[in-house]
Design a protein around this ligand. Structure first.
Ligand code: M6R
Length: 612
């Protein structure tokens, strides 16, 4: 999704903005631009990547100590130079960058056109900057007032930063729905849509609250107000993340780095929340709301994409271990189908970014109807974390690659703990069994580490199938959501069509697709359904499909049938997804690289989807 960076202070703004835009590239975008204020208000913007913008700016004068920058992910209007941000107002006096969508922009545009405004772009953003300009024309209305009044007229979600020619002493920033963070330096301020452009300059930040705006002054002070014009007290927080965490650390791509970080990330997710020798599990949020969770009619899980896959996996885990009924919802569908939800329900909302608009909307609806919201997020202080009643952070560390990897494994780790903790409290899992699982869970980071050593073998398999046009992924039980996740990884970064299916469902349709050109990835680690999976392998081979099987170390039977076997360390069936997902992540990574794809910024995709 779009990214925002802005600077006001004593240094040259342009290099700070360009570096900031590079740090925001991971969010996904199709054009980029900056506006610099130094007497003149100059805008440079270009379709394409930040390097294209830099080449375009070239040797032009970029001298200025304040400016705003933006990476745009197209919503209204195609990705081209003209639709890129910043947008200037009709007079050329205001420049504005915007994340989000102004829903009533068409009616506002018609009215502005009636008043003589001409528009250069197809964007809702250009409407907003002109609306502010129009309001500002009124006697005695300062920029901050015009921004506030305009924002009270628009419907939608936004994070914006505005600056005005002739006013080199201030920036105005505001948010509703889309996050915005202000970095506080020594006589300088940074504004960004997330902390990544700020981290190398200061650790002191203020997260703007929803429907709040900031007037940021060059003289080193800033004020916060609600859109209702009431002054608020800023809460200054210390960023915990460090620069290393958002750099590649010797890996070619963020995605690969993040795949390799999984042993550490899963260990961090578990740390302090369980002890196998002590026989305890303690997710703080579950303890706090234990009665409500245990007495809930059912657990609703709402999420999107990869987070939805971990939610689906949680359904298997919670139903099995805690004997509670679970419903897993695509957040985007949930909101629009008038679901039956009431105060007896508990919703588990899962989101890496904590900013996914569909998930936020599902939460809002469930909350209105009285449900308790339990958020599982990675990004600390994110919107979902803040609107939830209780929750757990996954502690994966910043995930920059657009394709989620360590987010999935850490979510699964937390959801496994949750299932076990509820099961223990309900008495649905015997203590001895709980201990066995906890001991095995403690071994999981080491088993992921061992699985990562299969990288070279997986690269060779990738070379064999890099030109395939379709892939099938099959799994049973807890390995079915893993099959879905493996297929999603391949689709999003290599652009190969891939589908995940429950293995037994294959014979009800997808089997028609199988011929000698169809690679079929079969997750075959489940001890409980092993013979059935062997039959599925035979069914594929009988139709000349190519089988890539993920099996437990030492497996003999499937080795004799499959074209390739990837032997992973054996573990408890319910913990297997934490291991079996790893070869699928590596397979998709290598195939995408061999096909020349940009794995960290796949086409059309955004890291966090902040529009519905
Ligand atoms: O930040 P979230 O977990 O809420 O994001 C949900 C999806 O947009 C995300 O998982 C998406 O599917 C990823 N590209 C998957 O790799």
């Amino acid at each position: 999704m779009c990214g925002i960076v802005a600077y006001i202070g004593t240094r040259e703004a342009y290099p700070i903005l360009i570096k900031g835009l590079q740090r925001l590239e991971y969010r996904g975008y199709d054009s980029a631009g900056v506006a610099l204020l130094n007497g003149d208000l100059n805008v440079y913007k270009k379709a394409g990547k930040v390097v294209d913008l830099e080449a375009y700016v070239g040797a032009q004068d970029t001298h200025a100590t304040m400016g705003i920058g933006h990476t745009r992910w197209a919503t209204h209007g195609v990705p081209n130079d003209c639709n890129a941000h910043p947008h200037l107002s009709y007079s050329g006096n205001l420049a504005l960058i915007h994340n989000g969508i102004i829903e009533n922009y068409e009616s506002l545009k018609t009215e502005l056109q009636r008043r003589g405004y001409l528009f250069q772009s197809d964007t809702d953003t250009e409407v907003l900057v002109n609306l502010i300009e129009e309001i500002k024309k009124q006697e005695g209305v300062e920029l901050e007032d015009a921004v506030r009044i305009a924002l009270n007229e628009v419907v939608g979600a936004y994070a914006i930063v505005v600056m005005e020619k002739g006013k080199e002493d201030k920036l105005i920033a505001a948010r509703k729905g889309s996050p915005l963070v202000i970095g506080i330096g020594e006589n300088e301020f940074f504004v960004a849509s997330d902390a990544s452009p700020i981290i190398e300059f200061t650790k002191n930040v203020v997260y703007l609250e929803d429907q709040e705006y900031a007037v940021i002054n060059r003289d080193g002070h800033f004020t916060l107000k609600t859109l209702g014009n009431v002054e608020t007290t800023p809460s200054i927080q210390k960023l915990e993340m460090n620069l290393e965490a958002i750099e590649k650390g010797g890996f070619d791509h963020f995605m690969l780095k993040e795949i390799y970080e999984q042993p550490r990330a899963v260990a961090d997710a578990l740390r302090g929340r369980m002890s196998a020798s002590g026989g305890w599990i303690k997710l703080g949020g579950v303890v706090e709301y234990e009665k409500r969770i245990l007495n809930a009619d059912r657990l609703l899980i709402a999420a999107c994409g990869t987070s939805w896959h971990s939610g689906l996996l949680a359904e298997y885990l919670i139903e099995d271990v805690a004997r509670m009924s679970v419903e897993v919802e695509y957040a985007s569908e949930f909101r629009y189908r008038n679901p039956v939800v009431d105060h007896e329900d508990v919703m588990i909302a899962i989101s890496q970014s904590g900013e996914t608009a569909d998930t936020l909307a599902a939460i809002e609806l469930a909350k209105e109807r009285g449900a308790l919201i339990y958020g599982i997020c990675n990004v600390i202080g994110s919107s979902i974390a803040r609107v939830s009643h209780a929750g757990s952070y996954t502690h994966a560390g910043p995930e920059i690659g657009v394709a989620s990897t360590k987010a999935f494994s850490t979510q699964v780790a937390i959801l496994t703990l949750m299932a076990l903790q509820i099961g223990e409290a309900k008495g649905t899992i015997p203590t001895s069994r709980l201990r066995e699982i906890l001991f095995e869970l403690e071994n999981i980071p080491a088993k992921i580490e061992e699985t990562l050593k299969l990288n070279d073998q997986i690269l060779e398999i990738a070379k064999t199938y890099k030109d395939a046009t379709n892939f099938l992924y099959l799994g049973r039980g807890v390995n079915f959501p893993v099959a879905l996740e493996g297929a999603l990884k391949l689709k999003e970064i290599s652009y190969i069509h891939a589908e995940g299916y429950p293995a037994a469902e294959m014979k009800h349709g997808p089997i028609a697709l199988i011929d000698e050109n169809m690679p079929v990835v079969i997750l075959a680690t489940n001890r409980s359904a092993y013979e059935k999976i062997v039959s599925n392998v035979q069914e594929v081979k009988a139709r000349k499909g190519k089988v890539i099987a993920i099996v437990n170390k030492g497996d003999r039977q499937i080795k004799g049938l499959a074209d390739h076997v990837i032997e992973v360390p054996e573990t408890e069936d319910i913990l297997a997804p934490l291991v079996t997902i790893v070869p699928l992540q590596l397979l998709s990574y290598h195939i995408a690289i061999l096909r020349g794809c940009n794995v960290d910024q796949p086409r059309n995709l955004a890291k966090s989807v902040t529009v519905e």
